[in-house]
Design a protein around this ligand. Sequence first.
Ligand code: B1M
Length: 222
Amino acid sequence: MDSILELLANCTERGKVNRDAPYPPDMKGEDGTDELTAKALADGVDPNLVLNEGLMVGMGRIGEKFSRNEVFVPDLLMAARAMSAGMAHLQPYFDSGAAQRKGTFIVGTVQGDLHDIGKNLVAMVVEGGGWEVIDLGVDATAEQFLEAIEAHPDSVVGLSALLTTTMVNMEKIVSAIKEKRPDTKVLVGGAPLTQDFSDKIGADGYSKDPQAALDFLSTACA
Ligand code: B1M
């Protein structure tokens, strides 16, 4: 029989939220991350194991499949919902310090830009990878990023831009962060971006998709 951690990983990957959820159709009537996380914790499984060897394993698998174009945005969204259902049970353990996050990721779509679908996916996968995510939303200014860094000094920052016209704002925000907080690592992403552009504006990294963003965070903060 599969261990409860493997069941949790599978439910997260497949986007199975709870027993009543009709999706995915082949898992109808089965427990989802909601029931399984509650059960694992009630059985005394360490909350860090529930996170690192259950929920995060499933998010990692779906993130890698998304990178390889084997699954698509809806699959990632369903996995993130399943992950969130499990995370709700873990929240008290984070609050008490019994479960640890890997770090803090401040993310936002840059000033002038209202596209947030890709940014939200990045936020979900990074959160699913065990990071606390502070989401500044869209149209985020350099001042907002600097305030958030002030409040979370060891954080990594992620900037998203979808418009060629807002890439210039991304450059300004990176400059402002590097001027005031030179030790803060900045990751950039979004459809019109390239590694060359990231290098040119002095960012620390460029990621083409959510899984690559998570990989960057793992190496940047190792
Ligand atoms: Co807009 N739009 N849009 N739009 N829109 C594009 C981007 C565009 C390419 C369409 C086109 O002309 N073919 C074009 C940009 C052209 C350019 O700049 N070269 C465009 C335009 C022009 C505009 C307006 C100016 C239109 C107008 O009003 N005349 C306007 C601008 C508004 C503004 O932002 N100020 C506008 C408005 C909108 C809507 C509001 C209607 C809506 C946004 C809704 C929302 O986001 N809540 C919208 C949409 C939906 C699109 C398209 C159709 C889809 C974008 C999207 O969500 N893709 C887009 C055309 C297209 O792509 N086919 C388009 C799916 C998403 C999962 O992908 O965001 O690339 P993406 O994210 C990826 C990666 O890029 C990466 O990971 C994600 C998952 O793989 N990634 C990161 C993203 N951020 C990352 C950060 C990271 C790492 C990876 O680290 C920090």
